[in-house]
Ligand binder design. Structure first.
Ligand code: MN
Length: 470
């Protein structure tokens, strides 16, 4: 009697790209609703970054709550945990309301471990309980009938209490230092170690409490096969190299955590969020990132996106995972090349007759005309939108003795580029390279620092800022 899970994460509702609001997530939610009806999971887990910002646009809230309302008749339990982009309080605002609909929103870490444990009943049992509740009330007067019907639709029914659940979800949101009670530490290393220790202790505590709960309720017979699964929202070491959109910096407690130490072996599935592509962590089939369902940046534009269908029983080794590819509702296309190449690229996109957003980089150095005049007429009255159109003078005029490809250059840090230039000019320098480099770093850091604080103050969470935090 395995527990069937649909695992997704990083919906980033309300996300903007070059000041344009992403609406393709609405199409995803419609598609996801269809998958829920088709797959009939016992539980849906969304492992953090439900919303894109601390104060999401009202519209984004409407998308979520409209979705949650539409899928109520299915009977699937829903668990939403906060990510680093979410406001914990905003997410929990609706908790009292959603509880009665078996939708669990977990913003803050639950200090009382029992509060983090959510029994997940088989969908068939939920449906039976609903029918039973409805049947029992049929002879009652209309006023009471409507109230009890609402309750029944919410899945509130004594019937379920008697059932053995398919599993228990130990719901763990993103855990910043403020939630973990980290004491002041002398060094970054010490602090990181303490963060890791606290997180590990919490995951162990929840695993232990879940087992206790099983014992107390008599759900621990082997044939009951009650799964204990958990969630997480952080970088997990062993999840592969970090791409340039997820910088290996320590922001808050977004430290890399070793997967082999942190999760108790009692967990038969770990639904992770935060990394934007699907990943199996440390070779363990039952610890996975689902990745975001839509590409969030142009760099991710060509990557396939997935949701995961998981069947989890009491033993991790029996956990089965199937991937479902998410269709592309909006193409994100990076076009790079000469004016003629760009024109041809746009014409091809228009001919494909699909919704597309395009980021253009013209590499033709000796083009004297107006690029916009050349390109925009091609996409007029089509489903193709040019979001950015630039000629990167720096990229094209930067030559070094060593051959550096455009691709390589894009992934170089300002520090590395500066170093490369300095080394090229070595003979003309009056100061040692190291000294000049450290001056450069100081300036670059100051500029970045200023930029970041300006953005925070303005609460202008544009895509660059979010990129830095993944
Ligand atoms: Mn995140």
């Amino acid at each position: 009697m395995a527990m069937k899970i649909l695992h997704s994460s990083d919906w980033h509702l309300g996300k903007h790209l070059f000041k344009r609001r992403r609406r393709d997530i609405i199409d995803f939610l419609t598609w996801f609703e269809d998958r829920m009806r088709e797959e009939e999971p016992d539980v849906v887990i969304v492992a953090g970054d439900i919303f894109d910002t601390l104060a999401p646009p009202h519209e984004a809230g409407q998308w979520l709550y409209s979705f949650l309302g539409r899928v109520q008749d299915i009977g699937t339990t829903i668990v939403l945990v906060a990510g680093n982009h979410d406001s914990f309080d905003y997410l929990e605002l609706t908790q009292g309301l959603l509880d009665s609909m078996r939708i669990h929103v977990v913003g803050h870490m639950k200090k009382n471990p029992r509060e983090a444990l959510i029994p997940i009943y088989k969908l068939s049992d939920v449906r039976k309980a609903r029918r039973g509740a409805l049947d029992a009330q049929q002879s009652l007067p209309n006023t009471q009938n409507s109230l009890s019907t609402q309750r029944a639709l919410g899945g509130v029914g004594a019937g379920l209490e008697a059932c053995i659940p398919a599993g228990i979800v130990a719901a763990v949101p993103y855990l910043p230092e403020s939630e973990l009670d980290i004491t002041l530490k002398a060094s970054v290393e010490e602090k990181e170690r303490e963060v890791e220790e606290h997180m590990q202790a919490y995951y162990e505590l929840l695993a232990h409490e879940a087992q206790e709960l099983k014992k107390e309720r008599g759900w621990d017979k082997p044939e009951d096969d009650v799964a204990i699964v958990t969630t997480g929202h952080f970088f997990c070491a062993g999840s592969g190299s970090l791409t340039n959109d997820i910088r290996p910096l320590h922001i808050g407690t977004l430290v890399q955590i070793g997967v082999n130490v942190i999760f108790d072996e009692i967990y038969s599935y770990v639904a992770m969020g935060h990394i934007h592509s699907k990943k199996i962590i440390g070779g363990k089939q039952h610890i996975r990132y689902s990745g975001t369902p839509i590409p969030l940046t142009f760099e991710e534009g060509t990557k396939k996106k997935y949701i995961l269908v998981v069947e989890a029983g009491a033993n991790a080794k029996d956990t089965q995972v199937r991937e479902i590819e998410v269709p592309r509702f909006l193409e994100l296309v990076l076009l790079e090349g000469t004016v003629e190449e760009l024109k041809a690229g746009l014409e091809k996109l228009v001919a494909a007759n699909k919704r597309a957003w395009v980021d253009i980089l013209c590499t033709e150095t000796n083009f004297a005309g107006n690029l916009a005049d050349e390109l925009f007429p091609i996409v007029a009255k089509s489903q193709v939108d040019i979001l950015r159109c630039r000629r990167d003078a720096f990229l094209t005029s930067f030559h070094t003795e060593r051959e550096i490809s455009q691709e390589e250059l894009k992934h170089m840090s300002p520090h590395d580029i500066c170093k490369e230039i300095l080394e090229q000019q070595k003979d003309k320098l009056t100061q040692p390279i190291e000294k000049l480099l450290s001056c450069f770093d100081e300036i670059a850091n100051a500029v970045e620092e200023k930029e970041m604080s300006k953005r925070r103050e303005n609460k202008l969470f544009d895509e660059n800022y979010e990129e830095a935090e993944a």
